[in-house]
Design a protein around this ligand. Sequence first.
Ligand SMILES: NC(=O)c1ccc[n+]([C@@H]2O[C@H](COP(=O)([O-])OP(=O)(O)OC[C@H]3O[C@@H](n4cnc5c(N)ncnc54)[C@H](O)[C@@H]3O)[C@@H](O)[C@H]2O)c1
Length: 261
Amino acid sequence: MRLEGKIAIVTGGARGIGLAIMRALVREGAAVVIADVNRDGAQTAAAGIQEQGGRAVSIVVDVADPTSVADMVSAAKDAFGRIDILVNNAGIGGNTPFLETSLDEWNRIISINLTGAFLVAQAVAREMVGNGGGKIINIASLSGQRGGNGRAAYGSAKAGLELLTKVMAVELAQHGINVNNIAPGAIDTEMAKFAHDEATRAAYNYLIPMGRYGTPDEIADAAVFLCSDESRYVHGHTLNVDGGFRAAGLMFGSNKAVPRR
Ligand SMILES: NC(=O)c1ccc[n+]([C@@H]2O[C@H](COP(=O)([O-])OP(=O)(O)OC[C@H]3O[C@@H](n4cnc5c(N)ncnc54)[C@H](O)[C@@H]3O)[C@@H](O)[C@H]2O)c1
């Protein structure tokens, strides 16, 4: 119960990585706001927690819309009184070659994955300043660190989020707000199922030293650490949770791990 008594917002908490993080925070004793553009998914997720005796509410938000974000923050305060933790996770995928990326697609991905994360972090951090501190975890991506195929807009947004995290860490430390990133590698969620065809999956499995995709729970375990007091001196850091993908260079077949959990 490392987060007992804490109040957390998880954006994009209706499914995938956000859902797994939300459940892990509840398991550690937090009360959670599941903030998602998917109303039904967020309600179902909250109902599941309530049935098990946990504290969760769902709030509809479009992170790219400043008015919607402001409404989310006041609804979260109405529900639980304050905000101690933000997991800035909502995002959409993108897998379009550079030459074919339209301005519309570029703007849509940047507006949710970068501007949306900025809007939510700023609105919540303003509350945390008044409360004497908090924890913010931004969910970036390995795609923001490497020049992967089809990641012009998505990778640029995630690279921007990684840098934004560093600026936030520098400016918010004085307010007792601890800010870090998690950069997942390839994680088996609906987003990955949509964006990764068979060839892409084979390429990932080859390039990842551990030889397999990660699970949402493996991201959630890292998030619990960064939300807890155990990470109090980890600040402005990007924690890659990627099966060694970022670390890898030349790999010979015989050195590859046999995939195992
Ligand atoms: N799956 C991967 O391999 C992977 C790898 C690296 C980073 N990530 C990042 O992790 C995060 C979660 O990804 P996932 O794989 O669980 O995706 P997902 O599509 O399964 O879930 C994303 C959630 O965000 C919500 N969402 C989307 N747009 C929103 C908006 N405008 N406002 C509010 N909520 C919105 C969706 O409704 C959904 O519930 C994303 O930021 C993604 O970029 C995922």
